[in-house]
Design a protein around this ligand. Sequence first.
Ligand code: PLP
Length: 378
Amino acid sequence: MSRIWLSPPHLDGRERALLLDAFDSNWIAPLGPHVDAFEAELGAWVEGRAVAALSSGTAALHLALILAGVQPGDRVVTSTFTFAATVNAIRYVGAEPVLVDAEPVGWTMDVDLLEEALAWCAATGRPARAVLPVDLYGQVCDHPAIEARAAAAGAVVIEDAAEALGSTRGGRLAGSFGAFAALSFNGNKIITTSGGGALVAADSELAARARFLGSQAREPAPHYEHEHVGYNYRLSNLLAAVGRGQLERLHAKIATRQEHHAHYTATLGTVEGLEVMQALPGTVPNAWLTCITLDPVRLGVDREAVRLHLAGLDIEARPVWKPMHQQPVFRDARAFLGGVSDAAFEVGLCLPSGSSLTEVDRARVVDAVLSTPGLRGA
Ligand SMILES: Cc1ncc(COP(=O)(O)O)c(C=O)c1O
């Protein structure tokens, strides 16, 4: 039996043909027509917004913070329940991250705690310059509420939609909220360019500025002229070709992941003490990863027992993100906590959710969870 991975790359469309087209045309140097086309096609996905294709989602967050005017010493309020890249990017610009806990239903930014954090920033003399909410595991934050709070505080909103391409809230696509958004095409994401990302901007001039800064900030001159610090952050034409093939299959990939989520809900969600995370009201998640929580008291086993049992059967499952306020590197950050991410980290597990996961493999995952030694109620 082969290993079942959490969320492996899935190349099932025209990726190879498009990659060969880029290769054969000699456009590997590194920008080219596939980058332009990928940007246009991605823009169509995110409500017609302007897009800069970049080398990673982290690069997108970094440039978004720069374009939002975040300066050294400024405060940026962000989600504590996220991957480290979100908060690392805040540190890249010398700003101070202020961490906000998640709400209990979808694990996205808690709006009441955001309000508290913004009030604290103002009261202590350094109002937040930006708010950076994270659409975790494909769930979509309450962006209208977050935008209203941020606007009242004079802060720019940057949406970390790295995990949420194709998810919607109120029919509007993730990546289209706020002044900027970051997308990731890392190998484990819903579509991948092996490594890659994109900055999405409400203002097309700012997207152009991101392309400029991401191409070493080279001024238009026949020689190399530089007035600003630049970055080498652009996506290569080869990888953009792969991304175009992936994007053509995004609808199908979302549908398959949603099917996995529905199947896990039907088969595991009925077990006393085991919950499958469900969509926030008004949202349709892309179901990037299906997360479950395991109550050790009611189940008789804890999350680690289940994870290790799956690992022994060659099935990859992962604990949910360890919150940033628990990470040694961010231990000095001011955090507004409600206990949700701490509790989720103790009991949360991500199950294999890739769009290449077969029904047979999915049944193997379900059987494996239910056959964990000591698990009651299955
Ligand atoms: C929430 C979140 N933000 C940012 C990133 C960074 O994206 P990348 O790996 O493309 O730099 C990731 C994923 O890797 C992520 O999950």
